[in-house]
Design a binder for this molecule. Structure first.
Ligand code: UDP
Length: 239
């Protein structure tokens, strides 16, 4: 099985460090639990712990430059993840959608295939390589390009809710949504472009809580229902 996991940059930062070694070590241990089961893993890392384009734009920066700064932030995160994974004996290879030859490989399907053959975890950085997109969209693109069986949006909440569960205690959690329901309701938890790409390519999406250490393992290894499934049917194709 091949999985693409989108992880927000905030997951690897702490109050003390914008990129926190121990947070990445925690992530490495979580990923190892599925890696040991021969799951082929791709990770798209965000950059929100360092820079988001829209914050820089609010601060006065030109929009496209701001987005490039955001994309480079994701590559910094990717370098950190590759480094910590390596120190935890978890083989990985970093790719970038922007050419930075001395530091990272430019993403190509051929290079990705080599990495997977060598049992490396692929870390995709620099988003789509184009301003005005988000790393959710980049993750959907990479999931499609790498023929992934599933796209996991690993985030801070345990699924898609009808309203913000932190603000509204009556918010309802959905176990299942069709792509069209998600697109119609414009849920904010995930970029609509990303859902549209998954709809076109028929890749099931699961939104789950990254910080529930069992969630990814339960979904992929124990084949349990976790988080919210966004697909065209209420049944996940690999269940
Ligand atoms: N970004 C971009 N094009 C892309 C992906 C990302 O311009 O294809 C920029 C965008 O400005 C974004 C920033 O990179 O705000 C960091 O990504 P994101 O906000 O998705 O990170 P996350 O919230 O997942 O940590």
């Amino acid at each position: 099985m091949r999985v693409l996991i989108k992880i927000t940059g905030e997951a690897i930062s702490s109050e003390n460090y914008p990129i926190d070694y121990n947070k990445i070590k925690w992530l490495a241990n979580l990923i190892r639990k599925i890696y040991e089961h021969k799951i082929e893993i791709g990770i798209v890392i965000g950059g929100g712990n360092l820079f988001r384009g829209k914050d820089l734009i609010r601060n006065g920066f030109k929009d496209y430059k701001a987005h490039y700064i955001g994309m480079l932030a994701t590559t910094m995160n990717g370098l950190a993840i590759e480094e910590v994974f390596s120190s935890c004996n978890l083989p990985s290879k970093i790719f970038s959608a922007i050419d930075i030859p001395r530091l990272v490989s430019y993403f190509s399907y051929q290079e990705y295939q080599k990495a997977i053959k060598d049992e490396q975890i692929a870390i995709f950085t620099a988003g789509t390589g184009n301003p005005y997109f988000t790393t959710d969209s980049a993750a959907a693109l990479r999931a499609a390009e790498t023929n992934s069986d599933i796209f996991i949006k690993a985030t801070k909440v345990d699924g898609v809710y009808s309203d913000d569960p932190k603000k509204n205690p009556n918010a309802k959690k959905f176990d299942f949504l069709t792509y069209d329901q998600f697109l119609k309701e414009k849920f904010e938890i995930m970029d609509l472009t990303a859902i549209d790409i998954c709809k076109q390519t028929k890749i099931p999406v699961v939104v789950l809580d990254l910080f529930d250490e069992k969630s990814i393992y339960s979904l992929l290894i124990e084949k349990k229902r976790v988080g919210t499934l966004i697909y065209q049917e209420d049944i996940c194709p690999w269940h």
